[in-house]
Design a protein around this ligand. Structure first.
Ligand SMILES: O=C(O)CCC(=O)C(=O)O
Ligand SMILES: [Fe+2]
Length: 245
């Protein structure tokens, strides 16, 4: 058993104010969860990157034009901490997602992750999507959307596992900001940089979010990425709720 497996309280979701999360998502397109993982859980999760038997595939970003750096998708069964985070964060996020879907007259997604994944599996989206990303100095992640088939859950989470800051202050890396862009239809994009400390999470829309126009709701299109890492190494845990085709 890993240290992660033996600490079921490692995911600190109990104190989250989901109303504030929803307000932040509706207000500016992202919500920060400070200290979702403690430093020990961050280090234990980051160390999983070396355990290739835990993953179903490894992606070298340059080969696909995605940027510089690499990531690995976990295999099922997910490590306990990752499974716990995906399962526990799903219901409150589904409630937010369903209020968004209702504004467009779309049917609700299931209230529980296992039911939602059954829907994914029924349309051939069976491969797990939670991932660990690893960037070294000079690496970056181009603005993108994590869509893997016809079904997508509207929200996702990324957790910073490394310590930002200069070496002299114990930081693991510098640069490497989490960036979101948001585009109105037929308009220019707005960028939002989300400052993250080690263990902080950011919740953000996978593809779009509703905004209220004069003739009813319309969609703002979002993309996310990471600016260039200028020193050191930066690891992230990505939690995507839909499985992949
Ligand atoms: O490394 C990051 O902060 C972004 C990761 C990402 O693209 C994702 O989790 O989908
Ligand atoms: Fe992503």
């Amino acid at each position: 058993m890993t240290a992660v497996a033996s600490r079921p309280q490692a995911v600190n979701l109990a104190g989250v104010d989901w109303t504030a999360v929803e307000d932040d998502l509706n207000g500016w397109g992202a919500a920060r969860l400070p200290g979702l993982l403690d430093p020990e859980a961050c280090a234990a999760t980051a160390s999983l990157y070396e355990r290739s038997e835990l993953f179903r595939s490894r992606i070298v970003m340059r080969r696909h034009g995605f940027g510089e750096g690499e990531y690995q998708y976990f295999a099922y069964p997910l490590p306990p901490l990752v499974a716990e985070l995906r399962t526990a964060a799903y219901p409150p996020l589904a409630r937010i997602a369903n209020r968004w879907r209702a504004r467009f007259g779309e049917p609700a997604v299931p209230e529980r992750l296992d039911s939602y994944l059954a829907d994914c599996h029924a349309v051939g989206q069976t491969r797990p999507t939670p991932l660990l990303l690893k960037y070294e100095a000079g690496d970056y992640n181009r603005l993108h959307q994590d869509l893997y088939g016809a079904l997508h859950f509207p929200l996702q989470i990324a957790v910073l596992l490394s310590r930002p800051g200069p070496d002299s202050e114990g930081g693991d890396f510098e640069g490497g900001s989490f960036v979101l862009t948001e585009q109105r239809p037929r308009s220019q994009s707005r960028a939002e940089v989300v400052p993250l400390a080690q263990g902080d999470a950011v919740i953000f829309p996978v593809r779009d979010r509703p905004a209220e126009g004069q003739r009813g709701p319309y969609r703002l299109t979002l993309r996310h990425g990471v600016s260039r890492i200028t020193r050191g190494r930066r690891l992230t845990l990505g939690v995507i709720f839909h499985d992949a085709a």
